[in-house]
Design a protein around this ligand. Structure first.
Ligand code: GDP
Length: 479
């Protein structure tokens, strides 16, 4: 049992925290994007570049010589997993560098940045500090916001309508068959609930794999984080009840779990984490979608629209008011820009702009400044050129990951190749209007195998336009 003295101690500690909080400003930066968009790489590069004073000519505090340094600090909330920076960096900089494990759940990390203010009055008092709290979370979780305003019956209707559409028939059939074999009015059992939830989850995950990007809620079914196997994730949509629902029925059981998912998983995530962000970067693997064809581009656009509706501001919808008061800057970044030649980067940015412009028509980012940028957190290729039929083609040079296949050749992970990745369309609209697929050569490359060291002996991670991203996200806060 806690004593009055314990409680007083906690209250005093909280007060002390609150007091220090007022002296050191804190910027909470959210990093999100759908699975494999590049969150882990982006954050690892961000931390490493700040800790080691990386090569960032476009990051104004560094270019002006006012950036003094950064340090890792204890994160104030001990209940949230820490971003595994050291582990990820070790994978990237080991004997044989490999890509680290991707984001599976929310994690956070605090950096303390020290800088000399450009403002003479502020600068006169000596160096200033800023706490940079980085919050990494799966973009899939943002798909759940609309659920908060849907009852179990409403959500079920939508979800089953989608599952019955012909486009999803291949993935959805096993689930729909199991659903047809179970009477929702019979007494609820865990066995039935688990059977339904498992086949529903398989269907959701498969439509994402097969169609490259189709991304359907509930988000935790795609990426459960720490909730794998817990009852809150053991539900599935059911057809409308035709008779009064008995409280012991399977229907009532799954309805209860759906409501628990909303109350205990979705709402706390938005309230405790999302709503507290000051700035946000949304990473998008645009090239993979382009490479998979027009259907994947359309799917990506739909998924982004759903994800971005969470940032909608200034309308009367109480849900979005709950979550999006503070964010004042959003960066959209097309990741893995090292897969195309730099002459294509402007086009890549234009395509990303077009993808999010459509989303923003419905979701106005009023009050938040937005920007689109093509970047690579860690650059795995060099540039070259190739003479073909009298024409000079801009190429990229890199080592394809083991198992990657191009034109019938399967690579072993040790062979460097020069590749003409193809041309991105000049007018992004053509991606949506006609169905001529862009022919791109998109291969995954191994991470850089030999890294330079800076004067201080630290490894330097090569990047593309990462400094510009950083400047937009935090540069003004270090002014
Ligand atoms: P997330 O954490 O799921 O969003 O994704 P990751 O950051 O783990 O990235 C997924 C994969 O994309 C990585 O394993 C890399 O293969 C690739 N990747 C991410 N960022 C880059 C980049 O800047 N350049 C290249 N070439 N590949 C990248």
């Amino acid at each position: 049992p806690t004593t009055i003295v314990d409680e007083l101690g906690i209250a005093l500690a909280n007060l002390a925290d609150a007091a220090t909080g007022t002296f050191t400003p804190t910027l909470r930066l959210g990093v999100t994007g759908l699975s494999r968009a590049g969150k882990t790489i982006f954050i690892t590069a961000l931390i490493h570049n700040l800790l080691t004073g990386g090569r960032l000519p476009g990051f104004s505090p560094m270019a002006d010589g006012r950036f003094i340094g950064a340090q890792l600090a204890e994160y104030p909330d001990a209940t949230i997993p820490r971003f595994a920076y050291e582990q990820h960096l070790a994978a990237l900089t080991g004997q044989t560098p490999t890509w680290p494990e991707s984001t599976r759940r929310i994690s956070q990390l605090r950096l303390v940045l020290k800088y000399q203010s450009a403002n003479w009055l502020a600068g006169w008092r000596g160096p200033a500090t800023l706490n940079l709290d980085i919050v990494d979370y799966p973009g899939e979780w943002l798909l759940d916001l609309p659920l908060l305003s849907l009852s179990f019956a409403e959500w079920s209707r939508e979800a089953l309508e989608r599952a019955n559409r012909t486009a999803s028939s291949r993935e959805a059939t096993p689930f729909l068959e199991i659903l047809a074999s179970i009477d929702p009015q019979k007494p609820g059992t865990d066995t039935d609930a688990e059977k339904l939830a498992a086949s529903f989850t398989r269907y959701l995950r498969q439509s994402r794999e097969d169609n490259a990007m189709s991304t359907l809620p509930p988000g935790r079914f795609l990426l459960p984080g720490d909730l794998e196997g817990s009852p809150a994730l053991t539900f599935a949509p059911l057809p409308p009840a035709t008779q009064p629902v008995r409280s012991t029925s399977l229907y009532a059981m799954l309805e209860g779990r759906y409501e628990a998912y909303k109350a205990q998983v979705v709402r706390p995530f938005f309230k405790d984490h999302f709503a507290r962000l000051d700035r946000q970067v949304v990473l998008v693997d645009t090239l993979r979608a382009l490479n998979s064809g027009p259907a994947a581009v359309a799917d990506l656009e739909t998924a982004l629209t759903a994800v971005l509706s969470c940032f909608r501001q200034g309308d009367s919808n109480s849900l979005t008011r709950l979550v999006s008061r503070r964010i004042d800057r959003i960066l959209f970044a097309a990741t893995k820009a090292d897969h195309v030649h730099h002459t294509s980067h402007d086009r890549l940015e234009a395509i990303l702009n077009r993808l999010v412009a459509n989303a923003s028509r419905r979701a106005r980012f009023a009050g938040a400044e937005t920007r689109s940028l093509a970047l690579a957190g860690i650059r795995a290729t060099r540039e070259g050129s190739l003479l073909e039929a009298g024409e000079v083609l801009p190429t990229i040079v890199g080592t394809p990951m083991p198992g990657e296949v191009l034109d019938g050749t399967s690579y072993d992970g040790n062979t460097e190749i020069a590749l003409f990745p193809g041309d991105l369309p000049e007018h992004p609209d053509s991606l949506f209007e006609d169905s001529t697929p862009v022919s791109l050569n998109f291969l995954r490359f191994v991470p850089p195998q030999k890294l330079d060291r800076n004067a201080g002996g630290d490894m330097v991670l090569p990047h593309i336009r990462f400094d510009r991203a950083l400047d937009f996200l935090i540069g003004d806060k270090l002014a």
